[in-house]
Structure formats: C-alpha cells, structure tokens
Design a protein around this ligand. Sequence first.
Ligand SMILES: Cc1cc2nc3c(=O)[nH]c(=O)nc-3n(C[C@H](O)[C@H](O)[C@H](O)COP(=O)(O)OP(=O)(O)OC[C@H]3O[C@@H](n4cnc5c(N)ncnc54)[C@H](O)[C@@H]3O)c2cc1C
Length: 447
Amino acid sequence: MNRRNFLITPPAMALALGLGSTPLQSLAAPAILTPASRILPREGKKPRIVICGGGWGGMTAARYLRELIPNSDVVLLERNPTFWSGPMSNKWLIDIVNTDFVNHDMQRPANRYGYTLLQTEVMGFERDRKLVRTAHGLIEYDFLILSGGIRNAYEAWFGNDQRAIDHTRTHFPSAYIPNAEMFALKRKIQEFKGGTLVMTLPPPPHRCPPSPYERACLIAWHIKKNRIPGKILILDPKPKVAPIHMGYQTAFRELYPDIITHVPNARVQELDPFNKRIKTSAGEFRFDDAILMPPHQAAEMVWQADLIGKDANGKPTGWADMHPRLFHAHSDDSVYFVGDLMGAISDQFGHYPKSGHVANYVGRIVARNIAERVSGKEVVARLPDNLCYMMVNAEPQEEISVKFEYEVDPASGKVIQTQIDMDVRTEDLVKEDFAWIKEKFSDFLAI
Ligand SMILES: Cc1cc2nc3c(=O)[nH]c(=O)nc-3n(C[C@H](O)[C@H](O)[C@H](O)COP(=O)(O)OP(=O)(O)OC[C@H]3O[C@@H](n4cnc5c(N)ncnc54)[C@H](O)[C@@H]3O)c2cc1C
C-alpha cells in the first residue's frame, strides 16, 4: 500500500461513502481511500458546517447549529473515540468522581441532535476551496468552526530537542489536554512515595487559570491523608496566586502548611528533565517528581489554517486572529473560533478565561451567529460570562469559586470584565459545582 493510502475503519467508511446509518454488516469489503479523496458528499443545498474538535465548545456548537438551522448538515470531527471533560478531572485524579463521570459517549448526542460525528484527525485546510483535510480525506464546508482547544508549546523550553520533549511528556505529563496523559498522572499520584513534587504553571493566558492550584490542593490532600512524606512546590510565573487569591492562600496556609509552597515570579528559564533540575527567575530547584506544564497556545489546527494572530512586532501571538465580538477570523469570515483557542478580546483583560463554561457559552453564540447569517438576518454581537468552582479540601469537601461578568463600555465600545472571587471555602459551593456540571453535561452530551 502506498504510504499516503490507508484502510479506513467500517464506521468511518460508512460516513465516507455517505451511507449515514446504513448497517455496517451490509458493507462487503473495506474501501481504500487516500487523503485526497472527497468524503461525506453533500446532500442537496443544505448549508454545511464543519466543526473541528469535539470538546466543550465543538459539541455545544454542533447541538445548537442543528436546532437553530434545522436544514443544516453539521459535521463534527474529533480525534478521540470518546469525550473527556477537563472540568471535574482534578477531582477524578483523587477518586472524588469516577471515570464514568468525566468520560462520555459522543455518538448519543450526535444521534439525538442529528449531526454527523467522524472520528478522524484534522490535518489541514484548503480555505480557498473551502475544504478540510482529514486523515480520512477532504471534506467540504460553507462555514468552518475551529474548536480544537490548546497545544503544549514545549519548544518554548526545549527548542527542537525532541528527546527532551518526549522525555518530559512521558515522565512528567502536564495532563491538561484530553488524552492518555490524564491516566499517566493519576498513576503518578497513586504511586508517589514522597520527596519534592514540582508543578510548573504556564504563563498567562493558559487553560483554566484557577485549576492548577486546585490540582495542587487535591494532591496535597492525598499526601496528607496517606501520610506520604512529600511536598509540593508550585513554580508560578505570575507575581501572585490568581484568580481567587485569598481563597487559595488561605487553603494553602490552613490546610496544607507543611505540604504546599507557592513560589511567585518563577518563570522557567532552563529545564533538565533527565537530571530533574529546573532554573527559574525565582531560583534553581531540584525535584523528585513533577507535573511540568509548558506554555499553552491555540491547537495546531489554527496554525495549519494560517489564522494565528500577530503582535505589534509581527510575532505570532499563539492564539487565533479573530473579531473579538463576532468570533470569526479577521481575514476569513467563513471561519469561526470557539473555546480555548480564541484570541484576545480586550485591552483591559486580554482573553476570556479559557474555561469549559466560556467554550460552552461561545459555542451557543457562534451557532446563533451562523444561523443569523444563513437566514439573512443581522448578526447580533453577544457576550458570555464565566463561572469556575474549585475544590480545595476533600474531607470535608469544600470549594471556592470565581465569576467573571462582561459588558460593553459605552465610552470606548470595548468589552470590560468584572471579577468576583468567592474566597471563603464552603460545602455549599460543592453542591453548586455538581449542579453546574450536571446542567452543562445535559446541554451538550444529552445526559
Ligand atoms: C484539570 C482541568 C480542570 C478544569 N476545570 C475547569 C472548571 O472547573 N470549569 C471550567 O469551566 N473549565 C475547566 N477546565 C477547562 C476546560 O477543560 C477547557 O476550557 C475546555 O475543555 C475548553 O473547551 P474546548 O472545546 O476549547 O477544548 P477541548 O474541550 O479540549 O476540546 C478540544 C477537542 O478538539 C480535539 N482536537 C484537537 N485537535 C484535533 C485534531 N487535529 N483533529 C481532531 N480533533 C482534534 C481534542 O481531542 C478535543 O477533544 C479545566 C481543565 C483542566 C485540564
């Protein structure tokens, strides 16, 4: 077989051949397609919207597009066989929730809402011909939504030293992207026998700003409960813990005084993953074990689409170049962005928080914007909000939280942000958190 040819799996083949729900056993022989083959032929004149990435943002957009544009042909492309939730995954690390709580079937919502789900790798785009290149072939679109989340920018630490990157990914996984690293980290925590566990935090903007501190608290709780002679050293590039500064500082001091040390202004300068040494702007450290989170950037698909923003000096910002109120690319209004890969919104606060809450909200907004365009109506600019609950104690279960509200400043016309920290840890916030996740999962996972 030619290297560029490949055998596609029966479900993908059914989709490729446009067979939709045709029983698989009726397909006699596997088909050989090349990445240049056109797959998923169009049905009549229905508007086709292709969504790349089936996480919090992409799955929400898929549901609402089907509801708001009933004659639409919506295709969701996702590399993973099942959905994995970032929210609640810190709690899963120490068994507060089980795997079935964070890991879900994706075919059920696809069937319920009537969109096509294809498990494939998005590999690039031919935007001049409105085509997505996937591992299974080329797919046409009228509108494209990029919702692939983030990538780990290890090259910021290691340049093109692939050996160091691979070693770090394998031995000190960041576990911030839905993939097998989540299981590797859980195993690491279960097997931790003691010593210094270093956590590097990425510089802002990064995925879910309060959640690395939540992770530190819950691992510290595990260390305390099991009387492991271990310490956690949080190396934070920021000058202070943020958001929920007071809530976290109090939790570190009152619950984990001998376990957690937070080191501010600790931007990684040199990292030797083989000899377990790290040099930061706040000093040099050795570690026995680590969770090494490199800087975050928009997922590869935004780079492949050539839609990364540039700063005043012409350097890539690392995030999508987009209209801050309408969420489409500045240079191509048939391409929309949803979720963590989005670019900056405002001079006042920079990016919307890279959270599941915002991804879900913007997924709905973008579906509505596209529906307005398809029906020839004026597109209304809408604003999201954000809400994040963070567990700091597991016995009793107690949480803190942060809320962000947005409005347009009438004088400048720019979006401004108000941040409200809930610093006092309570059991009531745990109840609110579980009610929040239930509502969100029922919104886009149909459970
Ligand atoms: C530990 C942790 C705790 C968190 N806690 C919270 C919380 O309490 N509250 C909250 O609101 N948010 C929280 N978040 C953040 C939340 O998970 C993200 O903000 C959210 O998932 C963003 O949604 P998204 O759709 O942009 O990205 P994702 O949900 O990551 O979805 C992107 C999808 O695109 C797929 N993809 C990427 N590239 C390709 C490709 N080339 N081909 C095919 N598929 C591709 C990925 O497999 C993935 O499924 C947390 C995150 C973590 C890691």
